[in-house]
Write a protein that binds this ligand. Structure first.
Ligand code: AMP
Length: 213
């Protein structure tokens, strides 16, 4: 099953990706995670991407398309994958359409801007294993400041500060929102109400994918 998770930053794509990935045993390809990892490791691509991420802007299409194309060619994607944070522009969506990959579902997690601000200001990630938590939602860590899975320290992403979040939302409306229409035309977009409690959102997503647990 090849799945795209669409939605504004902070809509909860990453959380749903983690859950579906574990249930269906297919990998999540998060362009944000790949870029952040490259940044941490000081690679050339990471250094190039830094100024875009810091400003809340998109990394150029050719860079991201290259990353995803390479990743989708790896063996573990053969039985399916979840794209989290890609595509974010029409050029990226077209690149995917022009590859041999066929997308089965585009799940669009819809939330209003007010909730996005609340979620993004509460988001914390584990420094060690990258798992995400949220101190403003029902995804709080069991122990404050510590990862439930590996006890690593929880930190706030640099681009989750109020000013950058505002810019990221602007970018979303200017460049990514149009993908709703793009996938509606192809008849594969399903909208999910992302304002519900986490368990209900997951149940709705699994219903779309016809997965029973
Ligand atoms: P995310 O973790 O998905 O919120 O992504 C964090 C940042 O990485 C974004 O604000 C962009 O700067 C960059 N990024 C992630 N995915 C993409 C993409 N598909 N196209 C361009 N830039 C991206």
């Amino acid at each position: 099953m090849n799945i795209i998770l669409l939605g504004a930053p902070g809509a909860g794509k990453g959380t749903q990706a983690e859950i579906i990935s574990e249930l269906l045993k297919i990998p999540t390809i998060s362009t944000g995670d790949i870029i952040r990892e490259a940044l941490k490791n000081g690679t050339e691509m990471g250094l190039k991407a830094k100024s875009f991420i810091d400003k809340g802007h998109l990394v150029p299409d050719e860079v991201v398309i290259g990353i995803v194309t390479q990743r989708l060619n790896q063996d573990d994607c053969k039985s399916g994958f979840i794209l989290d944070g890609f595509p974010r522009t029409v050029a990226q969506a077209e690149a995917l359409d022009n590859s041999d990959v066929k997308i089965d579902y585009v799940i669009d997690i819809e939330v209003d801007d007010e909730l996005i601000y609340k979620r993004m200001s509460g988001r914390r990630i584990c420094e060690k294993c990258n798992k995400t938590f949220n101190i403003n939602t029902d995804k709080k860590p069991k122990v404050e400041g510590k990862c439930d899975f590996c006890a690593g320290a929880l930190i706030q992403r640099m681009d989750d500060n109020a000013d950058t979040v505002k810019e990221r939302l602007k970018v979303y409306y200017n460049q990514t929102h149009v993908l709703k229409e793009y996938y509606d035309k192809r008849g594969i977009r399903v909208a999910i109400d992302g304002t519900k409690p986490l368990k209900e959102i997951t149940a709705d997503v699994l219903k779309v994918l016809r997965v029973e647990i």
